[in-house]
Design a protein around this ligand. Structure first.
Ligand code: ADP
Ligand code: ADP
Length: 232
């Protein structure tokens, strides 16, 4: 589903070169739930941005759903991003002047879906995160955990193959973080691949696989995915 081989990412600012990722390799199968951990500045966000086709890598190979990403034009990259990927961030990035329905609608309008299709997707996505009855409410009327669930609904409405979540619970207390994690687990159980950066060891332990990044490299792979897929 997602495969990086000896990937590198170099940032050049003025005279400074930062090797954010080096010899970075990872393979994520369809249906996995991967938690990414590592110290601040180790390259987690860089990995997520490259995985999400938001940034280009400097060297190495990246295949997404069988397509080599390096050769794609900007237009092809954004088409692939819209079609296959969903994003959740630490800040929920909701638009305060729009109610929940319209917030979830924003990327769907951008993609040019018709009104009927959008309504169907929005209602289904809000139901999935337990906010079906709140569609006409505004973000300010919700708790942080509920706002993050709206952001999840907005990502889900695009029906992504992979959900990329960069510290989705970073701004939440532990009860709300667990509630968000339960929703992500449900989404994963329904078939969506999830890659989640987290600083929370309890949440990382709940993911089926942990990937640890230090100094731009994957240092440690503990996979229980094969075992659980076999029902062991
Ligand atoms: P987080 O660790 O929550 O993902 P950020 O993504 O905001 O935080 O930043 C992570 C690191 O990347 C920080 O050390 C920050 O200084 C650095 N960083 C982010 N954007 C830039 C930039 N445009 N130029 C230089 N450093 C940056
Ligand atoms: P993490 O998410 O693990 O905190 P990042 O991926 O944000 O780490 O950053 C990895 C390294 O790359 C850090 O040294 C950071 O300062 C640097 N970095 C990140 N983004 C930029 C940028 N846009 N320009 C320059 N340096 C950056």
């Amino acid at each position: 589903m997602l495969s990086m081989q000896d990937l590198s990412k170099v940032y050049r600012t003025h005279l400074v070169e930062t090797h954010a990722l080096r010899e970075f390799s990872i393979h994520v199968e369809e249906g996995e739930f991967v938690a990414v951990t590592g110290p601040s500045g180790s390259g987690k966000t860089t990995f997520m941005n490259i995985a999400g086709l938001l940034e280009e890598h400097s060297g190495g190979r990246y295949q997404l759903d069988g397509v080599e990403v390096s050769g794609l034009s900007d237009r092809e990259r954004s088409a692939m991003r819209n079609e296959k990927l969903g994003f959740i961030f630490q800040g929920f990035n909701l638009i305060p002047d729009l109610n929940l329905f319209d917030n979830v609608d924003v990327p769907l309008r951008y993609r040019g879906f018709g009104a009927k299709e959008r309504k169907l997707r929005i209602e289904r996505a809000l139901e999935q995160v337990g906010l079906g009855s709140r569609a006409r409410h505004y973000p300010a009327e919700l708790s942080g955990g509920q706002q993050q669930r709206v952001a999840i609904a907005r990502a889900l409405a695009g029906e992504p193959r992979i959900l990329l979540a960069d510290e989705p619970t970073g701004n939440l207390d532990s009860a709300m973080a667990r509630a968000v994690m339960e929703i992500l687990e449900g989404i994963n159980a329904a078939g969506t691949t999830i890659i989640m950066v987290t600083h929370d060891p309890e949440l990382a332990a709940r993911a089926r696989r942990n990937v640890h990044i230090i100094d731009g490299q994957v240092t440690d792979l503990q996979s229980s995915f094969a075992d659980s897929a076999l029902g062991v």
